[in-house]
Each structure stands twice: as C-alpha cells, then as structure tokens.
Write a protein that binds this ligand. Structure first.
Ligand SMILES: [Zn+2]
Length: 588
C-alpha cells in the first residue's frame, strides 16, 4: 500500500475531530440542529488551522444521506462500510452538488461566472443543498467579487456559500457584511501535540514525547504544517525518532540550544553564546527562526514571572514549568523586556543583512552587556534610602569640603617635603583618622587657617505622634482649616448624615415658596426646595448666621434674577454642599 501523507489520511471527518476550534464547530452544530442556517459563511484564520476541513464537514453534514430531510450532525466517515455516496464524494472533492473553487488559481470573473453564476439557479442535482466552497476568497478580482456579491444578495433557497481566507482584511466590506464570520484561532501547542501523539500511536511510529513536542512546536500553531513536518521527519529517520532527528530534519534550533543560550546570557558567557551561533551555522539552521524562537522564549519567561504558571498563557511554551522557573530566576522583568526589544531589532536587521552571522553574534553579545545595567528602580530605591537618612558607608564619608582641603594639602606637602606622592584616590581611601596627622604637619608649616569643618548631613526627625495625641490637639486654626476643606471639597471624611435626603430635596423639580427662619430670628420667604432643608444641614457646613437676604424687584431682569440667586443663602448653601455652579436661572 502506498504511503499516504498524514495530513490527508488524518484529516478530520466529523466536527469532533477538528482540533482547537471547538467554539466554531459547536456553533455550526447548533445552527444545523436548530435550523438557523446562514446562507453564507466566511472562515478566516492562519493556514492549516482547519478552515477548509470544517467547510467540508459542514457540506457533508448538510447533504449526508443518513438523515432524511435534515442535516446530519455527525456525517459519515469515509472508511466506514456504510458511508453514504455524498459524504464519500465530498471528501474526494467530486460531489456534483458541492463545488470547490480555489480562488488562488481562479481569480477572474469568468471563473466565478462559469462555476457559480451559471450553476446557482439550478436546484441541487441529488442532495439537499448546493454548496459552494471558495478557498482563498480574498484573491478574487474586483469584477469577480462584484459578480459574487449579486448572488450573495439574493441567493436561491438551498444554496450555501462557505468562503475561506487567510487575509480577512482583503475581503471587501460588502462581502463581509453578507456573511456570518468565523475566526479560526491558531492551535495551542498542547493540542497539536495530543493529536500528533494519537496519530503516532495509531500508525505505530516509534517517537519519544520530546521529539513530538518539537514537531508540534515547528507547526507554529498550524496543524497542517506540524503534520507535514511529521511526514518529513518520518522519511528522514530510520527507526526510533529522537528530538535530535527532528531538529536535524527540520533545520531549526531545538529547545536544548535555546536553553543553552539562556544559560550563557545568565552567566554572561560570551564564548558559550558565540559557540551557539557557530553550531547553528554549521547545521545550516535559519538564524531568523532561531531569533524568533528565542524571542518567544523571552516572552514566555516574562509571562511566567508575571503570571506564574498560568498554563493557558503558554501556548507556545515547550519547557516544563520547572525549567521555566530555573531559567527565569536569573532575570528581572526589566531585563527580559530589554532583551526582547533588543533581540527584536536584531531579528529585523537579519532580514537583509549581508553577514547575518555577525549580526546575530553582536546582537547576542549585546544582551550580555545589558545585564550590567542598573535598573532605574534600583537607583531610585537607593536615593530614597539615602533621603530617609541612611548613612553612607564609612569610607566615602569625607565630603566635598574636607576632601578638597585634603587634596590641596597633598599638593602643598609635595613642594615642602620631598616625600613620595600619594595619589588622591589612595588618599581618599584612607580611613578618616589619618587626616588629623596631615592636618598637624600642615599646621606647622603653613600660616594658620581656620580648620575646615566636615560636612554633616543634618538629621532631624520628628517623633511620630500617635493618633490619640492628634485627637487632642486643640488648635482653632487647624480645626477651621479642616472644616473649610471638608466643606469645599465635598470630602466625605465627615459624612453629611442626611446627604441622600438633601440631594433629593435639592433635585425636586418644582420649588415652592417656603418660610425660612434663621436662628438669629430673621426670616425670609424665598423660592426654596419643597422640603425645608435647613434643618438637615449639619453644623459644620452652615452659613454664618447674620447674612443679608437679597431683595428682588417686582419685575426683575435676567441679570437681577441671577444676582438674587447667587446671593440667596439657600442657593449658596446648595452650591457649597454640592459644589455646584449656577448654569441657568429660569422663571417658574
Ligand atoms: Zn453521509
């Protein structure tokens, strides 16, 4: 029996077998089951993630003969003895009612006309639906799209379009708006791995898990790519397949090389880093791919540090969490971000580098150099510590004035005494006590000068007051300032007991005239909220008591009305309590 490539042999035949697109397949199943079928679907997503496969399964489900007058949610598998002719023909791309068009090679209007327009008005020849599967639909010419659009606007009954594209942005808006869209995700590494393992077991292929994981990783989220890489590895290897076979056959750096690189960066081992590059070159590996793999690893390490072992964030991770932990302890988050940015630049420059090898070497050595940088946080921390009164180490104590005096002393001394010169740094490193000796000698030989006083950082610290002490500080100025602040900021440190009632009262739409009596005996009749709010206002936001009540003429102008409102105690109180402004004054 001839060898059949894995991707073909193991192509999913029912919705359940489509890996990594569970939400989409479930939605489609529901649509079939509850008769909510759309007449046009658009599947978008990267290559090899199951778009065409799902389109064929949908077509099979629509037309399977196993069910009468309704779609079959689990259509026939082609190797089943009792598979219906429709299912078999669809999987062999020769069903008369399911037409597949590859828009990549049939882009013109004549193709659309020939295949779709001329066929669309005929009823299905044998089956329930006429299905058009258009692959790479974004490749169609403008005229072809326009022709397609007309049929999408008024499709005959029993016609279903299923379009697939890897470049959604190239599909015209007019088409998009007439389709139900499904976005196919790239497939998580673990799911590709599981599927490959199932295949390996069924096909009795002797391969260890590590090697399978490398193959899964090589697919980069695409099941089809991973499976065709698997084919390549099988044809390359003799009996038992190891991860070395995989990296050799596929020409990419294995996890071992990545882990070695990380270790070299952590240890600042330039030699080890250069030998990694040498190894990549001698095996003929693609340097840009290596960069991308290393970038992915930096990203994973960063996520690992930030999020811990959140499994679903590690879709591309090939290392165990123990390995991740071991590698990530060597780096701070800021390190990893710097590495990532720098390596991303290297990766870009590799694209058209005349000497990619040198470029990568320099790029990696740059990462080692970055380890010497002190983080800004660290510097700020140290400054804070100093500001908080931490003392400097004893050796660096002689501060500016003293050091300057000492330095001038050495130069004087050199001219006077013919003694061996002390370099100023040696001098500064000497313990402080030794300065006194020099000071004495200088004092004998030089005219007396006022002795420079060492610079002392003043250390004033207030003993912290307890909250009990603070409570009992009686200071009118402080108290007033505090209350004023509360009043004008609306700060709820001292909540207004009736705030809700107050708000309600002030927001009442139709104010009526009420008599407001103030505690000094004066009283005023004014337009005020229907509820007398004065009793609700707590003491600390009360107006001063003897305030002038404004008067209003019989026929006031708008300006007078506004001035009246602004001056009125009730309004002023409302403005203060709610920090409001008068926007408009209306006559009632
Ligand atoms: Zn069938």
């Amino acid at each position: 029996m001839s060898y059949q490539v894995i991707a073909r042999k193991w192509r999913p035949q029912v919705f359940d077998e489509v890996t990594g697109q569970e939400i989409i397949t479930q939605t489609l199943r529901n649509a079939l089951e509850y008769d909510r079928l759309h007449h046009a679907y658009l599947f978008s997503g990267a290559r090899g993630v199951g778009k065409t496969t799902t389109a064929r399964i949908l077509a099979k489900a629509l037309n399977c003969h196993k069910t009468k007058d309704k779609p079959n949610l689990t259509p026939c598998k082609t190797d089943a003895k009792d598979a219906c002719p429709s299912c078999i023909e669809i999987s062999e791309s020769r069903s008369i009612d399911v037409l597949e068009i590859d828009a990549a090679s049939h882009t013109g209007i004549d193709d659309v006309r020939g295949t779709i327009i001329e066929n669309i008005n005929f009823n299905p020849a044998r089956d329930r639906y006429k299905v058009f599967i258009i692959d790479e639909v974004h490749q169609l010419s403008k005229a072809a799209f326009n022709a397609l659009l007309k049929t999408l606007e008024e499709p005959p009954a029993n016609v279903v379009f299923i379009m697939a594209t890897t470049e959604l942005h190239k599909v015209p808006e007019t088409i998009l708006s007439r389709c139900q869209e499904f976005e196919f995700r790239t497939i998580p590494l673990q799911k590709i791995f599981d599927r490959l393992k199932l295949i390996a077991n069924a096909e009795k292929i002797d391969i260890d898990d590590e090697a399978l994981r490398e193959i899964a990783r090589s697919g980069d989220g695409s099941m089809r790519d991973a499976q065709s890489n698997f084919d390549q590895v099988i044809s390359f290897s003799a009996d038992k397949i190891t991860s070395a076979d995989v990296t050799n056959a596929l020409g990419f750096a294995g996890v071992e090389v990545l882990s070695k690189t990380i270790e070299a960066i952590a240890n600042k081992d330039v030699k080890a880093v250069l030998s990694v590059v040498d190894d990549l070159i001698s095996r003929g590996h693609d340097l840009r791919n290596f960069c991308r793999d290393l970038l992915a690893l930096f990203r994973d390490l960063l996520v690992f540090k930030v999020a811990g072992g959140e499994q679903n964030l590690f879709e591309a991770a090939v290392f165990s969490s123990d390995d991740m932990n071991r590698m990530s302890v060597n780096f701070a988050e800021a390190d990893l971000i710097r590495f990532f940015n720098s390596l991303a630049e290297t990766e870009t420059s590799l694209r058209d580098a005349a000497h990619p090898r040198y470029m990568l070497e320099i790029g990696l050595v740059k990462l080692l150099e970055m380890r010497d940088l002190v983080s800004l946080e660290n510097i700020i921390e140290r400054l804070d510590a100093l500001a908080a009164g931490a003392t400097l180490p004893e050796k660096s104590k002689p501060a500016s004035t003293h050091a300057a005096a000492a330095q001038s002393a050495t130069s004087e001394k050199k001219t006077l005494n013919d003694e061996p010169e002390l370099s100023s740094t040696e001098f500064l490193d000497e313990p402080r006590d030794d300065f006194s000796q020099f000071d004495e000698t200088i004092a004998e030989e030089l005219p007396a000068e006022p002795e420079p006083k060492p610079f002392v950082v003043p250390q004033t610290k207030l003993t912290p007051a307890t909250s009990a002490e603070l409570e009992h500080i009686d200071d009118e100025r402080l108290d007033n300032a505090y209350e004023e602040k509360l009043t004008f900021t609306g700060d709820d440190l001292m909540p207004i007991g009736n705030a809700a009632k107050l708000a309600e009262a002030f927001s009442q739409a139709s104010p009526k005239l009420v008599q407001t009596t103030y505690s000094n005996g004066s009283s005023a009749t004014a337009a005020a909220p229907a509820i007398d709010v004065s009793a609700m206002i707590p003491d600390h936001v009360r107006e001063p008591e003897n305030i002038d009540i404004p008067t209003l003429s019989d026929d006031p102008t708008d300006e007078e009305l506004r001035a009246y409102a602004e001056a009125h105690p009730a309004v002023r109180r409302a403005m203060r309590v709610f920090q409001a402004k008068i926007i408009n004054v209306e006559r009632s």
